[in-house]
Design a protein around this ligand. Sequence first.
Ligand code: ZN
Length: 429
Amino acid sequence: MRAWYLAAACLAACAHLLLLLPAAGQEARVSYQGAQLLRLAVLSEEDRRLVEALEGDGDVQIWSGLHQNGSEVDALALPGSAERVKELLESSNVTYSVVIEDLEDAIRSENPVPSEEEMQELEGRKGHRMTWYSYHRMAEVHGYLEYLAQTYPKLCSVQAIGTSGQGRPLKVLKISSGKPNSRAIWVDGGIHAREWISPAVVTYIINELVENYESHSDAVQAVDWYILPIVNPDGYEYTHTTNRLWRKNRRSNADSRCMGVDLNRNFGYKWGGKGSSRDPCTEIYAGQYGFSEPETSAISGFLTPKIGTVKAYVTFHSYGQYFLYPWGYDRVLPPDYKELDRVARKATQAMQAAGSYYTAGSSATTLYPASGGSDDWAKGVAKVKYAYTIELRDKGRYGFILPANYIIPTAKEGLAAIKIIAQEVARLK
Ligand SMILES: [Zn+2]
């Protein structure tokens, strides 16, 4: 009786409050209103320490550049901190420019999502909801893979190679002309949740290989393709619903208030070394041990029995426009680096012809050491000849918030690269 009375009273009095609260179990969306993307000229050790201190105090989020040798650093001044950060930079004589005036505005205009009606119309016409005019949710990406498997059963099949921490399937599309004993190429995207251009480019490549088969029949005939567009579906969905800038997976870390493991520091080769962290509150937390995460262990479980047949491992990230090969764990090179470099240069030439310039080089020397990366594991343990990390567009104008109208031009570059790699795999002795 009393409980009923309280509930009724609250229904009346708290109705306005309830409207402000998100649905049960759902977190409120993180707003980046007032956040500004700054490009800093970090010229001295002193400048570097200042930026690190700002990061440590939670005033800025580093997007790129701080650990490289170069002097350009992209830093997001977080909501409420932008004015103070800029004053501090000015008083310390660190020059900067404001690249994005208000990140929330940029997020709002980044992805014009079609209406439900338009989506239904599209689905009725094409049999799926996929386009390359906007960024899609996981369900639409997975629905598209299922559609391809049903429509092209001789060419495509879908397999869940595992499930994420929160139980989402890790769906791999296999594209194969059916030739026995074919060599294979692995392609993945979306290991870092906020890098939306990556799954978009990977699904574009899938679409070209399958629905535009005639134009790429050499690439499809020559090798089997295993393609995982969203390695980190929990993080990816979270960037759509709650925090656009989330990077890691969504693991609850024991004894820590901070969630998530950086899946690209969690692979089991030289795990836990340079450029990774044991602190769950950092963006580069490597996890408790190599392959502690279901998303990374699913990949190693799937590829390990295929050692010897998988000749290329291509993983798409953003941003910066780099074409990177091992090693990432330190500034050393694998014995066959000249061959990796030759193919990287050939691929970046094709990418430039398709649209943009990409810098080719080894990960650690071109960017900075980062251990536990997927490409290092592919090269070092899975014995994959051509292991590459491709950092897609752009070079910092939009960073992670690349507007959806850049998907197709960026994807054409990704496709050009992958076709070169397929050619080289086909040619291997
Ligand atoms: Zn990334």
